[in-house]
Design a protein around this ligand. Structure first.
Ligand code: FAD
Length: 403
């Protein structure tokens, strides 16, 4: 169902807003809400109305693992309790193992004195709750709305929408996803690499329970994750080379389940039921800069990463926190929130943090792609060693949690 009651016609004349956020996915919607809650006048512009979430609906095929830093933001925004009470898959353990060497790393929340590592949550549920909260917070949502062009002036940035309307704001925040038309309009280049892989996603029922554990097996063809859902099923993220992904997408259900069972090493027994499948292209993409005149990038518009670490949206939500805090500090100091020196603090901090993480995930993808016997043996040795080094393992878990 399309959320037509959410749609608000763009205003005819340019008006003075503090911030215009473009892109109402999880990151853009969280940014608009966080900035509005911090007292800025904000509008959210989105090309496509989000799909309404309802308990009776089938679980969205797209899910994310939300880390504690993301839960803290959603809690701060007043929507985490509603999300948790709706439908989430808590996980207390993450077991990552190497198909070639057999070496495994076991991250267990209890061993670090925590109850959980995070939650598997439907993208659509998070986005829908954010949109509901935006409405309650009185944030102007322009949907459907597309930005055709923009121009920075001395005291504002002027947006031209596809329908000919205009809008003015002190700052333009682009959260319009990995293909980010706004990033291109701002002339910001990206670097990275195409993994020539697709992540095949589906929900499966397995013979054995998932034990509230996120399972991930690294195969020479790419990682396979089985993530625990609230209803006892697991959500799979199966990264495969393009042609292989196309092949498994086209398999009959029973053949797909058989191949998936083998790929998962029957860790949860046989696969006994599967939903429809979808696939997403994988790439590493980092914006050369996060800032232009009265303009910042955040979320996938700034950084797209391999899903093997389950961190894409968690990084985006950390961008949101940094941007909100940066703009709040500027306002308290009586500064213009769109000034270059203000935006530089956000851009510098987040770009270096995101780059470090993105390159770390990329290094993992490369290391797990090694196939020659000595390199596989070295990888196995390193993984076994790491699994025994409790303090280092704790540091890695804390970093993933965003602590
Ligand atoms: C298979 C897979 C598994 C993943 N698993 C995880 C995980 O476990 N944990 C995790 O943290 N991350 C995960 N990710 C990454 C995560 O899904 C993304 O990082 C996240 O969805 C990005 O959100 P976003 O809001 O930045 O961008 P998007 O969700 O792409 O939203 C962009 C929005 O902008 C709108 N838009 C685009 N252009 C315009 C325009 N011109 N005008 C107006 N609106 C526009 C779009 O309609 C869209 O709504 C995974 C990704 C994949 C592919």
């Amino acid at each position: 169902m399309s959320a037509s009651m959410q749609e608000v016609a763009p205003r005819r004349r340019a008006s003075a807003l503090d911030i215009a956020v473009v892109g109402g996915g999880m990151v853009g919607a969280a940014a608009a809400l966080a900035l509005a809650r911090a007292g800025f006048s904000a509008a959210l512009l989105e090309a496509r109305a989000p799909t309404a979430w309802s308990m009776g609906d089938e679980v969205d095929l797209r899910v994310v693992g939300l880390a504690p830093s993301s839960l803290a933001l959603l809690d701060d925004l007043g929507i985490w309790t509603s999300i948790r009470e709706a439908r989430v898959g808590p996980y207390a353990r993450m077991l990552v193992w190497d198909a070639e060497s057999g070496a495994a790393i076991d991250f267990d929340a209890a061993s670090d004195g925590h109850d959980l590592l995070g939650y598997i949550v439907e993208n659509n549920l998070v986005q829908w709750m954010l949109w509901q909260a935006l409405e309650a917070a009185g944030v102007r949502r322009l949907c459907p709305a597309e930005v055709k062009d923009f121009e920075a002036r001395e005291d504002r940035i002027q947006l031209e929408l596809a329908n000919g309307e205009t809008l003015a704001a002190g700052l333009l925040v682009a959260a319009d996803g990995a293909t980010s038309p706004l990033r291109q309009l701002a002339g910001i280049a990206t670097r990275g690499r195409d993994y020539a892989q697709r992540a095949v996603v589906a929900h499966v029922r397995t013979e054995r329970p998932h034990e509230n554990t996120a399972w991930q097996r690294f195969l020479p063809s790419g990682p396979l994750a089985l993530l625990p859902l609230a209803d006892g099923r697991s959500s799979i993220v199966w990264s495969l080379p393009e042609a292989e992904a196309q092949r498994v997408l086209a398999l009959a259900d029973q053949d797909f389940m058989n191949e998936l069972g083998v790929a998962s090493d029957f860790r949860l027994g046989r696969i006994v039921a599967v939903t429809r499948r979808a696939a997403f292209p994988l790439k590493l993409q980092l914006a050369e800069r996060y800032q232009a005149e009265r303009f910042v990038l955040l979320g996938d518009a700034a950084h797209a990463v391999h899903p093997l670490a389950g961190q894409g949206v968690n990084l985006g939500l950390r961008d949101v926190v940094e941007l909100r805090d940066t703009l709040l500090a500027a306002r308290h100091a009586g500064r213009d929130i769109g000034a270059a020196h203000v935006l530089r603090r956000y851009a510098r901090r987040r770009r270096s943090a995101d780059t470090l993480d993105a390159l770390g995930f990329d290094a993992l993808a490369r290391i797990y792609a090694w196939q020659s016997a000595p390199l596989v043996a070295a990888r196995g040795l390193g993984v076994r060693l790491l699994d025994r080094l409790a303090p280092l393992k704790r540091r890695i878990a804390e970093h993933a949690a965003g602590l």
